[in-house]
Design a binder for this molecule. Structure first.
Ligand code: GLY
Ligand code: MN
Ligand code: MN
Length: 437
């Protein structure tokens, strides 16, 4: 089955580059790709391209570096190599970088060191983010030294080194219609995956069986796989925020928290649902679930253009604290409990983050010290939760070992918002029916 929507096309990639390059002035920008990482001895993790390079070029392969000026796009890539390609797969090479990926010029990546001084000379500003790729940093320092050494021959070296992140990540934080189509399709795949896993929420099943069901759908529907390590935590495991061991048995009466979303064409979905093992929310687990659901509703009510993630968090937090009082986990007046942060043992993360090519996407959260206003096209999550870990001494006995999170993916629209993951059930009756039917 083909993927449900196409990847970002070459026209949109070219348009992104044109906008990025128009902002470079008389500078030169370096955008490195990701490097392969060792998994064990001489085998590597499956390669995932750096999102910045992918955003600007679509180039999928390791060891690439893009160099931009206002009017030139140069790609350094692994050259064709029949022997290496026999082992590791085909490469577009220098020729493909030009013909398939629209570079004005391309060179083997081995030539980067020798060509860099020439690329940066007589440019006042070098756009480079130090600290991300140490090997490239060394090359940049080297190129600066070499260029400065030629001052007396009339060659000027850059006098400013500025990170390109602000400009690039601002672009990435507003999603285009094509990007939103991919994110909607990713949400649809994630829904199908959650459905497959929800059906397995029965006593005697194992967390990894649910994980396998999720991943089967992710890949079978053309996704790259999970956008982040899938979390499948039953009972007390649901109270560990980034629990990814996924090896325990599901027991009757537990809740199982599944935080899992597909990556499609380089875009993440990020979805959490908390399902009742056996198909019915009962007792204290039901009460905690209801409290989180109400907090999520309150957070959604706070979403409108120009609001902030902080305001959305505060709306959720107030409801969670009200819930904690009703659940008898806290006592006191709501404002006082908010002020003293008495809720922290049970709610220790924020209610949302930006979402896009990276699951915790790039983009500013604050501007001039103030929370950034959400504008149309920006995507983020809404993910309140309550966690009563067994090793948290403040967890009341009647709630101990219960963890709930409910997470949706949202885009701000001109007149409100769109919940990309709305079709994944979360109301109590709807979830119970999902598991049952
Ligand atoms: N799945 C990671 C998160 O929800 O932020
Ligand atoms: Mn999230
Ligand atoms: Mn998540």
């Amino acid at each position: 089955m083909p993927t449900p929507v196409p990847a970002i096309g070459s026209d949109e990639l070219a348009e992104r580059r044109a906008r990025f390059m128009a902002g470079l002035g008389d500078g030169v920008a370096l955008i490195p790709g990701a490097r392969p990482r060792t998994r064990s001895n001489d085998t590597e993790y499956v390669f995932r391209q750096d999102s910045d390079l992918l955003y600007l070029t679509g180039f999928p392969q390791p060891e690439a570096v893009a160099v931009f000026t206002q009017d030139r796009f140069v790609l350094f890539v692994q050259p064709r190599d029949p022997e290496m390609e026999t082992w590791n797969g085909r490469r577009p090479g220098v020729e493909g970088a030009v013909s398939e990926f629209g570079a004005d010029e391309a060179f083997p990546v081995e030539e980067l060191g020798e060509r860099l001084p020439g690329l940066i000379e007589n440019r006042r500003r070098l756009w480079h983010a130090f600290g991300r790729d140490r090997a490239l940093d060394d090359r940049v320092v080297d190129a600066l030294e070499k260029t400065r050494a030629r001052l007396r021959r009339g060659v000027a070296a850059p006098t400013e080194v500025v990170s390109p992140f602000d400009a690039l990540h601002r672009m990435r934080s507003y999603k285009s219609p094509a990007e939103l189509e991919i994110m909607r399709a990713a949400a649809t795949i994630s829904r199908e995956a959650h459905r497959a896993a929800a059906r397995l929420c029965q006593p005697g099943r194992w967390e990894y069986e649910l994980e396998a069901a999720l991943h089967q759908v992710f890949r079978a529907r053309g996704g790259a796989g999970p956008a982040y390590a899938s979390i499948v935590g039953a009972g007390d495991n649901a109270t560990v925020l980034h629990y990814v061991t996924n090896e325990a048995r599901l027991e009757a009466g537990q809740l199982v928290l599944i935080d899992a979303g597909v990556e499609l064409h380089g875009y993440a979905s990020d979805v959490t649902r908390t399902y009742p093992v056996g198909g019915h929310y009962e007792g204290a687990a039901r009460d905690v679930y209801q409290a989180v659901l109400e907090a999520q509703r309150a957070a959604f009510d706070a979403v409108r253009p120009r609001t902030t993630l902080k305001a959305i968090h505060e709306a959720a937090l107030r409801k969670l604290v009200e819930g904690l009082v009703e659940l008898k986990a806290l006592e006191g007046d709501i404002d006082g409990l908010l002020e003293s942060e008495a809720y922290r043992p049970f709610y220790m993360h924020s209610t949302g983050h930006l979402l896009g090519m990276d699951v915790h996407d790039v983009g500013q959260y604050a501007v001039d010290g103030q929370p950034r206003e959400l504008e149309p096209g920006m995507c983020f999550t809404i993910e309140p939760g309550l966690y009563f870990g067994s090793s948290e001494e403040k967890s009341p006995d009647h709630l101990r070992g219960i963890g709930v999170r409910i997470e949706d993916d949202v885009v701000v629209t001109d007149d409100g918002h769109e919940n990309l993951t709305a079709a994944i059930p979360k109301e109590i009756d709807a979830v119970e029916a999902w598991i049952r039917d």
